[in-house]
Design a protein around this ligand. Structure first.
Ligand SMILES: Nc1ncnc2c1ncn2[C@@H]1O[C@H](COP(=O)(O)OP(=O)(O)OP(=O)(O)O)[C@@H](O)[C@H]1O
Length: 236
């Protein structure tokens, strides 16, 4: 399993929106060691979930403290970290950069398979595994939101990363595709960290973090974490 370590990690943004433009801490300090197969993250809108997730592959650098993945620092060893940690965004269109899903998967595979023919057959295998073969050559703009979301997950998984980070992967999915994605995640050998508002998906983990106001306010057993989060939101 991939081990992620956050050591006094803080993220501060330069502007709090006031005329004085004071810096604002949006996350931390966070101390965490994540080495479970499945970790879920829940929290209200704006609580800091995406910021926490983005720290894991160096998309966001800690303002202070450090984040390491299997001992690699996300700032100093950013390239190596990103080859180990795949990140799927909430909005799949920000991820799909090529005209079709097949070309996007092939682009992901360019380091792994130098020969075009090998790349094509590896891409076919990935698309087939995700049940997306019939959509492989369709423009990504003509896919439905849910199809696009699944395609974006297929693209980042193509390279066989050690850790898959998913930021709200089910927002665009219908129930059938949510179940499909969950079955797919269940079968993955990789470690997965997923931020979600889907509390069933959140509870289907080994460990759950509850984020509130940029802090981890609960860290533990998923069902207890979800109950904690619901109580927090309900104010009970
Ligand atoms: N680059 C930035 N500059 C200024 N503020 C930021 C920046 N990134 C995030 N924030 C703020 O930090 C807070 C946490 O944002 P984040 O995206 O981590 O929340 P979230 O829990 O993922 O929310 P949601 O469930 O709505 O996606 C929000 O108030 C957001 O506006």
């Amino acid at each position: 399993m991939t081990e992620v370590r956050l050591d006094r990690a803080v993220v501060t943004v330069p502007d709090d929106g006031s005329p004085e433009r004071r810096p604002r801490t949006i996350l931390g300090p966070v101390d965490l060691v994540l080495d479970e197969r499945r970790v879920s993250v829940v929290g209200a809108n704006g609580s800091g979930k995406s910021t926490l997730l983005r720290l894991l592959n160096g998309l966001v650098a800690p303002t202070s403290g450090s984040v390491t993945v299997d001992g690699l620092d996300t700032v100093r060893d950013g390239g190596r970290v990103r080859r180990r940690v795949a990140f799927a965004f909430t909005d799949p269109i920000s991820q799909l950069v090529m005209p079709t899903g097949r070309e996007d998967v092939e682009l992901s595979l360019r380091r792994k398979h130098r020969s075009r023919a090998e790349r094509r057959s590896a891409a076919d295998a990935v698309l087939n595994r995700f049940g997306l073969s019939h959509l492989a050559d369709q423009s990504v703009y003509d896919l439905s939101g849910g199809e696009r979301q699944l395609m974006a997950v297929a693209v980042v998984l193509a390279t066989d990363p050690g850790l898959l980070v998913l930021d709200e992967p089910t927002t665009l999915l219908d129930r059938r595709n949510i179940l499909r994605l969950r079955a797919l995640l269940d079968g993955l050998p990789q470690s997965v960290v997923v931020a979600t508002h889907d509390l069933d998906l959140a509870a289907d983990a080994d460990r759950t973090l509850v984020v509130d106001g940029g802090r981890i306010v609960f860290d533990g057993e998923p069902r207890a974490a979800v109950e904690h989060y619901v109580r927090l939101v309900d104010g009970s």
